[in-house]
Design a protein around this ligand. Structure first.
Ligand SMILES: C[C@@H](Oc1cc(-c2cccc(S(C)(=O)=O)c2)cnc1N)c1cc(F)ccc1N1NC=CN1
Length: 327
């Protein structure tokens, strides 16, 4: 983590300032109503809910609520609090907004803005072209999603925050319809709904190997250039409309493949300008990888290139996770 918070030291450094729990807005539990379960988070169930901002208000704000079960270890309590502290310090349109916390008693809650478009990976998979329906998305839609995530990453980079888990599963959309905004929405290196993405390395620590550069999974070195590598894999996820990277390849084989110079192939119909950004993010030497400002410039170039924009997301024929499929 960026700044290990020990049991006795509930402080957190961000952007050169020091914060403690008292900096987090306390949400009165009685103003919160959990309506339905959204799925299993790393710590506990995540719910959709409604939050009455001011007691007299008629209107209630839709929220997402991360819960920490009563029977949690001190480490889990710490991680939960640290995640809230981390999210509470960010202020950017492409990073999920923390509304507040309920830490007065168990079960503890982290209250987030609800992004009702759901996660990016699911959205991409749902948007794949089918015989009955050509894809609802075009190349511009995909590139705009990538731009949003890159803007969020640039903010983190500017604040010297290393995310360590940039991936489509950890990004959410404000809506599925045009005008959608994508936000980075998970900061816990959390083992979200896609458990299989995390490789059980030794003990319980699970690492998203397929999104990590060699220096990270070999030597545990994490820098902002780690996030750049992961962002390159996220680009690949977006352009493939939500495929699992290195489909069918086990994590340990990915490690040896990548160390010996192997890389992800361009997804079907991926414009060469976009694939060039991906491969630049996967340079073996971290300093040689672009920063997010450069990535944004290159994406802007793609968005101004007619040939790139005209590339169709036509039905693909190929091996998918569920076997050979003709679409
Ligand atoms: C913690 C949770 O946060 C949220 C989930 C959804 C959300 C997630 C899925 C579906 C829908 S919905 C209402 O559009 O069906 C909304 C909407 N807003 C959130 N703030 C989350 C953040 C992520 F970055 C990735 C996955 C999840 N989870 N956790 C459990 C399930 N997803």
């Amino acid at each position: 983590r960026n700044d290990l918070m020990t049991e006795t030291n509930p402080n957190y450094e961000f952007a050169g300032e020091r914060y403690t729990l008292k900096d987090l807005r306390d949400v009165p539990r009685e103003h919160l109503r959990l309506t339905r379960a959204l799925g299993q988070g790393a710590f506990g169930e995540v719910y959709e809910g409604l939050y009455k901002m001011r007691p007299g208000d008629a209107v209630e704000m839709p929220v997402a609520v991360k819960t920490l079960p009563e029977l949690s270890t001190l480490q889990a309590e710490n991680d939960f609090m640290l995640e809230a502290l981390i999210m509470g310090k960010f202020n950017h349109p492409n990073i999920v907004h923390l509304i507040g916390v309920c830490f007065d008693k168990h079960p503890r809650y982290i209250v987030l803005e609800l992004l009702s478009g759901g996660d990016l990976k699911t959205f991409l998979r749902e948007s794949r072209p089918r015989n009955d329906r050509p894809s609802a998305l075009n190349m511009k839609d995909l590139l705009m999603c990538c731009v949003d995530v890159a803007k969020g990453c640039k903010y983190l980079e500017e604040n010297r925050f290393i995310h360590r888990d940039i991936a489509a599963r950890n990004c959410l959309l404000t809506a599925k319809t045009p005008g959608r905004i994508v936000k980075i929405a998970d900061f816990g290196m959390a083992r979200e709904v896609y458990m299989s993405d995390y490789y059980r390395k030794g003990g319980k620590a699970m690492l998203p190997i397929k999104w990590m550069p060699p220096e990270a999974f070999l030597d545990g070195i994490f820098t902002t250039k780690t996030d750049v590598w992961s962002y390159g894999v996220l680009l690949w996820e977006v352009m493939s409309l939500g495929y699992m990277p290195y489909t069918g390849c086990a994590n340990r084989n990915v490690m040896s493949l990548v160390v010996s110079g192997g890389r992800l192939e361009p997804p079907p119909n991926c414009p060469s300008l976009v694939y060039a950004i991906m491969t630049s993010c996967w340079h073996p030497e971290p300093p040689q990888r672009p920063d997010f400002a450069t990535i944004l410039e290159k994406l802007a170039g793609c968005l101004q290139d007619p040939e790139t924009l005209a590339t169709p997301l036509k039905p693909m024929i190929g091996l998918t996770e569920s076997g050979l499929q003709i679409r």
